[in-house]
Write a protein that binds this ligand. Sequence first.
Ligand SMILES: Nc1ncnc2c1ncn2[C@@H]1O[C@H](COP(=O)(O)OP(=O)(O)O)[C@@H](O)[C@H]1O
Ligand SMILES: [Mg+2]
Length: 345
Amino acid sequence: MAFENGNGKIAPWALWMLLMIPEIKTPIIFVGGKGGVGKTTLSASIASKLAKEKKKTLIVSTDPAHSLGDALDIKLASKPKKITPFLDAMELDAYEVTEKHFKGIEETLQGYADPRMFGKIKEHLELAKESPGAQEAAILESICKLITMQDKYEHIVFDTAPTGHTIRLLSLPSIMSAWTEGLMRHQREQEKIKNAAEVFWEKKKDYKFNPFKPSKKNRWDRALEKMEARRELFLQTSKTLIDPSKTSIYLVMIPQILPLEETKRAVNALKKFSIKCAGIFVNQIIPKEQESDFWQTQVLKQGEILDKIEKFLKDQQRFYVYLSPRDLRGVGELENIEFTPVPMH
Ligand SMILES: Nc1ncnc2c1ncn2[C@@H]1O[C@H](COP(=O)(O)OP(=O)(O)O)[C@@H](O)[C@H]1O
Ligand SMILES: [Mg+2]
């Protein structure tokens, strides 16, 4: 281990470094990686360390399979809960955010749709709520709001779902623009056809064709405003995410082949957005000195993967986190997890 003294213990002079590293200055911190590698534990550890330094910090779990409450040993809700004077925590409730998200969409659609269609719209949205990706879309929007609309915290740490929320967040503005623009184009075509058709279909005696009928235009404008606001929200979020002075993205992995492959992919995916991963935590490393054959074999196996990590991720800032014999629960335990920086060549 990098900071060991002769008897395998951490040298006292190095202890403060281990506890403080990585020195995180960005207001937004994302922690990603495969399921079960230690995202929740390490993001809660980062948040606890920041809070210990008296930085007002919020940790948010965005993974529908919540375990942040278990890690902090406190029951959490979808609103921030005070854990320590400088640490708040919350778990985004997938059901609640999905309901809110679809209510918003319903209002937007009703803003410009024909009132006779409201029933159908409601029916359609009820089905859409159950469709794959609906919860994720809702959670992504909540993350965007937290990133762009808060001014209470110095840091927000996101303990993300294994599906790679971060990358999806980065793709949203372009998807959203294409969607909004497509919809606007479609609506303009629709208006033209409808206006032309009204000349023939309108049954009122005193009807006069007016392509600028204000009531319809106003409704459409209101709906457009909402869509524009949503597009702006995603745009602001992605600006924050690609700004290295505002966002740090950490990846967590364990020394096994599949997590290594996944981490390589994630690093490359971030590169496509010109984002450099702020650091990689290699978690659950078994300390080298083991007496039993079983554990010695495990150390050797991990050693092979650590060599591969060294080879394939050498240009990444890495931190080793050792497998702890203790139960890593509660702020007291979490804030003392050691992050050992691996020297970069
Ligand atoms: N370094 C470690 N030493 C011991 N146990 C760990 C370590 N890191 C994580 N764990 C344990 O492994 C399990 C999975 O970790 P968790 O943080 O929930 O993973 P994830 O959020 O990636 O699914 C938890 O029970 C956690 O306490
Ligand atoms: Mg987790």
